[in-house]
Design a protein around this ligand. Structure first.
Ligand SMILES: C[S@@+](CC[C@H](N)C(=O)[O-])C[C@H]1O[C@@H](n2cnc3c(N)ncnc32)[C@H](O)[C@@H]1O
Length: 254
């Protein structure tokens, strides 16, 4: 079988953060498949077919890509950030597991990208310098009870927590509920990073104490990072944002 599917991470936005390997995978594809705004981020190439679709049809998109590859195409499925983080790589493998057995013989590869959590962390300092975890706040594919239980467990373990998919028009209350859960156990000065559209022209980053944060400050292009008890701010002169970092040591002074 000559077809291939490569699930390509485009990184957070700025094309300078696309890896050379991801660029090569895009350049050698006969077909690009993905959510419209991600396909739009890839420069057009003569002869390369572009199949943009709606964001809500990930499994259909994955099956479509696998079908094209089974017919001999070299398909690049594009994803923002890293394709393995709450994105298309899992959708493709889910389709393979449950779909046409012929898809199991295909050459399927994943090209990593810089995920939003790492891009946001780099903008403010080193908030992920200690132990951390990432979770999606979306309850589209898992019940809210699971989201809540995982968030409580992460907070109890004193991880820094990165929240993907914090809020959308279809999920307006979940982030507010999450902040209330955080406030049950963490102090009012806990640093919260709201990083919107990181590495895109409309980037906006705010660092606030938990006591001042509101869910309405985030949107679907925002990643929220909740500091652990050890996460600190290094204040800087007037007009300069503080650095945020989490020391590597825990309970032991460096
Ligand atoms: C479906 S997830 C996809 C994550 C993506 N695969 C990644 O690795 O970054 C979408 C969520 O990722 C976060 N996100 C993606 N790109 C972002 C960016 N440039 N700035 C801030 N958050 C971003 C937001 O939380 C958004 O709701």
């Amino acid at each position: 079988m000559t077809g291939r599917v490569t699930i390509v991470g485009l990184g957070p936005g700025d094309p300078r953060f696309l890896t050379p390997a991801a660029s090569e995978a895009l350049a050698s594809a006969t077909d690009l498949v993905g959510y419209g705004p991600y396909v739009d981020r890839v420069p057009e190439r003569p002869g390369q077919r572009r199949h943009a679709s709606d964001n809500r049809v990930e499994l259909d998109r994955a099956r479509f890509a696998l079908d094209l590859a089974a017919k001999g195409s070299r398909v690049a499925v594009v994803s923002g950030g890293d394709p393995g983080v709450f994105a298309m790589a899992a959708a493709v493998f889910e389709a393979v597991e449950n779909g046409d057995p012929i898809w199991r013989s295909l050459d399927i590869r994943v090209e990593p990208g810089i995920t939003a959590m790492l891009a946001a962390a780099a903008r403010v300092g080193a908030p992920l310098g200690g132990d951390f975890c990432a979770m999606s706040l979306s309850d589209n594919l898992k019940p809210w009870e699971v989201v809540e239980a995982r968030l409580r467990a992460a907070l109890a373990a004193d991880f820094v927590v990165a929240l993907y998919n914090p809020i959308s028009s279809a999920r307006p209350w979940q982030l507010g509920a999450a902040f209330k859960i955080v406030a049950e156990t963490q102090g009012p000065d806990t640093p919260i990073i709201l990083a919107r559209a990181v590495m895109r022209p409309d980037e906006r980053i705010r660092i606030l104490p938990l006591s001042e944060v509101e869910a309405s400050m985030a949107d679907m292009s925002t990643i929220v990072i909740i500091g652990a008890s050890t996460t600190r701010l290094i204040e800087r002169p007037e007009g300069k944002a503080p650095f945020v970092y989490t020391p590597r040591s825990y309970g032991v002074r460096p």
